[in-house]
Design a protein around this ligand. Structure first.
Ligand code: SF4
Length: 348
């Protein structure tokens, strides 16, 4: 795995992105931002899942003004997502947004971006230049690939902000196509010092979207690229946060709660391992400590296959063996499988 790219650290409210800080997990609300109560509820739920930054859509004046009330009831920094109208960015800043996301493809004249940058600078609020392959501005030079056009669009905005002595910059270059996204990030990573927000855009429903996002995000992280991630899913945003942490845990980049090891089951299993693993997974969502828990389908191979698990259960006919670090510590009846396992998890 490559060493993490050195990036400039920026501060979004209380959260540091880039530098040596942990890779930050973020999400975006799916409520109507003007519906203040629903938006607060959703952000609070995201906070329960340890989401670290949240973005809200700001499609109009009412949504921009809603930020003020929303901010009062939440604990994590809030980023305002702005398209088309630069005045909404100014209002969002006024309302207390901790960060802005601008799409250079649709904000328009450089003067508008300049006006936003000056207002953001006054408040020390970072701006993400969020390029999307689907909404690229007209290419400056002909013959460029989509990835090159994305890099070019971002660089143009970055140079504009830099000319105003503004360097609280974060950049994203997202496409639905994974190789395009990877190519774009690899290219820009060598050209700028700013932290990178990585993700695959419009990745889809959890079934396919988690895979698509994981392939893209993990490849980049493995290359040492990425300071904050968002897994875009057509689902409740909590799924995005859960998936984000699972990616980081899989690459040993962050610890976050338990890790579930479960065997795929096979003809040797005498209990419904799929159901059991799902039940255990549900229970583990409530646990904070970084513990490795194994659910295995048979006593013959189970403990051996999961010997690096902290606590595990290996099932047999109506009974199961509990094990700790690969060593047997007890036998439990089928009706107690989940309870007994969780008791040991609690004691660990
Ligand atoms: S642990 Fe046992 S039941 Fe599970 S896959 Fe391995 S051999 Fe099959």
């Amino acid at each position: 795995m490559n060493q993490r790219r050195v990036s400039k650290a920026i501060q979004i409210g209380s959260v540091t992105v880039g530098g040596n800080s942990p890779i930050v997990v973020q999400s975006m609300t799916k409520t109507d931002t003007r519906d203040i109560m629903s938006t607060i509820d959703q952000i609070k739920e995201l906070e329960d899942y340890d989401c670290e930054l949240v973005r809200v859509a700001v499609p109009d004046v009412e949504a921009a003004q809603a930020i003020h009330a929303i901010k009062k009831s939440i604990s994590i920094p809030l980023i305002a997502d702005i398209h088309f109208d630069y005045r909404l960015a100014l209002m969002a800043l006024e309302a207390g947004a901790d960060g802005l996301r601008l799409n250079p493809g649709n904000i328009g004249e450089p003067e508008k971006v300049q006006t936003i940058a000056l207002a953001a600078k006054e408040r020390n609020v970072p701006i993400r230049i969020g390029v999307n392959a689907g909404s690229l501005p007209k290419p400056i030079r002909p013959g460029l690939t989509i990835a090159q056009q994305m890099v070019e669009a971002a660089l143009k905005q970055i140079r504009l902000l830099e000319s105003l002595d503004f360097d609280l910059i974060k950049v994203s270059l997202k496409a639905f196509d994974v190789p395009t996204t990877i190519e774009a990030y690899r290219d820009i990573a060598q050209k700028i010092p700013y932290p990178l927000h990585i993700g695959i855009t419009e990745a889809g429903t959890p079934r396919t979207g988690i895979i698509r996002s994981t392939v893209g995000i993990s490849t980049l992280l493995y290359l040492g690229i990425g300071d904050t991630i968002r897994v875009s899913l057509t689902a409740h945003p909590r799924e995005e946060v859960i998936a984000g942490y699972e990616i980081l845990k899989s690459l040993d980049l962050r610890q976050h709660g338990p890790i579930l090891v479960s065997c795929p089951s096979c003809g040797r299993a005498e209990v419904d391992i799929v159901k059991l693993a799902e039940k255990v997974e549900e229970q583990l969502l409530k646990i904070d400590k970084p513990i490795k828990v194994a659910v295995m389908g048979c006593v013959v191979n189970g403990p051996g296959e999961a010997k690096d698990a902290d606590i595990g259960i290996a099932c047999g006919k109506k009974k199961a063996v509990l094990f700790k670090k690969g060593k047997k510590i007890g036998v439990v009846e089928e009706r107690d499988f989940v309870v007994a396992l969780m008791r040991e998890v609690g004691r660990f």
